[in-house]
Design a protein around this ligand. Structure first.
Ligand code: ZN
Length: 317
């Protein structure tokens, strides 16, 4: 039996799933994320009780987009959640009377891919999750690598362009400022200004009433829009550059590209792979890491953290 619950605790919604031992989602709940710590804990408890009522569960995993302490009981800080130095594990365990586990959201997703998705069979994996920014995770010799203080890895803020685009983190030229949904828009807008003669249908999207989105740029690129294709090409270049940096430090056997943008991987993965191969130190004299798209989509975090929560009740990884 031993089904477990995995909850993706995001800034806009709580996405909960009952996951069976084979990684299948057998039930789901989704509610908006409340904006006080107390209301958030109430909502989590409520969602778990509703799921429990329909399917008995033995443990709960929470995938949290934020900084956790080294024993992963306390959320130190999460930019889009109300918890500040709160021992969420204890508070939720006291309320639910079953074991509760906390994990970083990217680590959770990487674990889902490792056990059930794109990274099955690999032992050393780097995941680059591309959305509005970049999230990262490392699996090192079949274990999640979190760093000594629990905050590794931050691939998104590796500097790829000295004195480049400003980043919310305070630095200039971070990887995610050139390779993310947001970056794709910035690049398209820059190209419109610097190459006014490039034909593009995206001009129509840039009005005082509307805003260009990464999704729109991808859509235009798919339709053959020259400017959008150039923006995607630039994105692919920086993705390959970033992959080479990660590979230089970590030497993984597999790199999984995840996040919202990964579903459009057919547009940029081949170019990124070429750039990675050119930039890798010692290229030509060492094996290349495989580069794959994630397979579990939005479910990866819930499935992964539910699987990690199983460790609280069984010896199974
Ligand atoms: Zn940054």
């Amino acid at each position: 039996m031993a089904n477990t619950v995995g909850i993706d605790v995001g800034g806009t919604s709580l996405r909960a799933a009952v996951v069976d031992p084979a990684g299948r989602i057998i039930d789901r709940e989704r509610v908006p994320t409340p904006n006080s710590a107390e209301a958030l804990e109430d909502a989590l408890a409520h969602v778990v009780r509703r799921l429990e009522h329909r399917n008995p569960v033995s443990a709960v995993g929470l995938a949290v987009a934020g900084f956790l302490d080294t024993d992963r009981s306390t959320v130190r800080f999460a930019p889009h959640l109300p918890w500040r130095s709160v021992n969420v594990q204890k508070r939720m365990q006291d309320r639910l009377n079953i074991p509760v586990l906390l994990e970083h959201d990217c680590n959770s997703a990487a674990w889902g891919e490792y056990v059930f998705g794109a990274a099955v069979g690999a032992t050393n994996v780097a995941m680059i999750a591309i959305g509005t920014g970049i999230g990262g995770a490392l699996i090192f010799n079949d274990e999640l690598y979190r760093g000594f203080y629990g905050t590794a890895p931050e691939f998104g803020h590796l500097q790829v362009v000295p004195n480049g685009r400003p980043c919310a983190c305070g630095k200039l030229g971070c990887f995610e400022r050139y390779c993310s949904g947001t970056a794709l828009v910035d690049t398209a807008l820059e190209l419109m200004v610097s190459n006014p003669d490039l034909p593009t249908e995206l001009n129509r999207d840039v009005t005082p009433e509307s805003e260009l989105t990464g999704r729109r740029v991808v859509q235009a690129a798919r339709a053959g829009d020259i400017l959008a294709l150039r923006a995607v090409d630039d994105f692919a270049h920086w993705l390959g550059t970033g992959i080479a940096l990660v590979a230089d430090v970590f030497d993984p056997e597999l790199i999984v590209i995840a996040g919202g943008v990964s579903s459009s991987g057919d547009l940029f993965i081949e170019k990124a792979r070429q750039v990675y191969r050119q930039h890798l130190t010692g290229s030509g004299y060492r094996p290349f890491a495989k580069i794959k798209q994630a397979e579990l989509g939005d479910d990866a975090g819930q499935v992964g953290v539910a699987r990690l929560a199983r460790k609280l009740i069984t010896e199974e990884a």
